[in-house]
Write a protein that binds this ligand. Structure first.
Ligand code: HEC
Length: 158
């Protein structure tokens, strides 16, 4: 009887390993079951979804565009919901956001908010915490780049 259990156990372990290998063969990523509505390619949680595939960050902080990001974007369109500390207001505080998120993810999120909230697992988990869905802010590409620089500056300086 005991022998029977041992064998059953072994079979189950082998089966479990087998199905894992199968997953790899399918080429699925950790987020492999999150396909977009066309079926592929799989959603990339680092890049998010939107028009940006790369962001040229240059060397160091560009104070001029960080300033524009503060006065023309953050102060007007974001400060009602986002603090610059790690404290949550309506949305998560921005402290550390540039280390939590890839620059490209941020650019895509702020210009394609609705679609990303429909697809991004982490943004969705924040939605559960914040209970508010961040509205699309209609940022231009330039606004997005400026506010990203402002976030980077906020993370380095404070
Ligand atoms: C009405 C409130 C509101 C406004 C205004 C708002 N946000 Fe948000 N934001 C949120 C919420 C809430 C979340 C969390 C995700 C969710 O629940 O939608 C969020 C999430 C984010 C995140 C991801 C943060 C993280 O830690 O991953 C970024 C980046 C962001 N917002 C940028 C912006 C920018 C840039 C602006 C201004 C142009 C802005 N937000 C304006 C409510 C807001």
């Amino acid at each position: 009887m005991r022998k029977y259990f041992v064998i059953t156990g072994l079979v189950m372990i082998i089966y479990a390993c087998g199905s894992q290998t199968q997953n790899k063969d399918n080429g699925s990523t950790p987020a492999g079951d999150l396909f977009n509505e066309k079926g592929n390619p799989p959603y990339d949680p680092n890049r998010g979804e939107g028009k940006f595939t790369t962001v040229d960050l240059g060397a160091g902080i560009n104070n001029e565009i960080a300033e524009a990001g503060m006065t023309r974007v953050y102060d007007i369109k974001c400060s009602a919901c986002h603090k610059l500390t790690d404290e949550k207001l309506v949305g998560p505080g921005w402290k550390g956001v540039t280390t939590r998120r890839h620059p490209v993810w941020i650019m895509n999120f702020v210009t394609n908010t609705d679609e990303m909230l429909n697809k991004d697992p982490i943004a969705q988990s924040q939605l559960e915490i914040c209970l508010v869905r961040m509205p699309n802010q209609n940022l231009s590409d330039e606004d997005a780049r400026n506010v990203l620089e402002f976030m980077r500056k906020n993370d380095r300086v404070k």
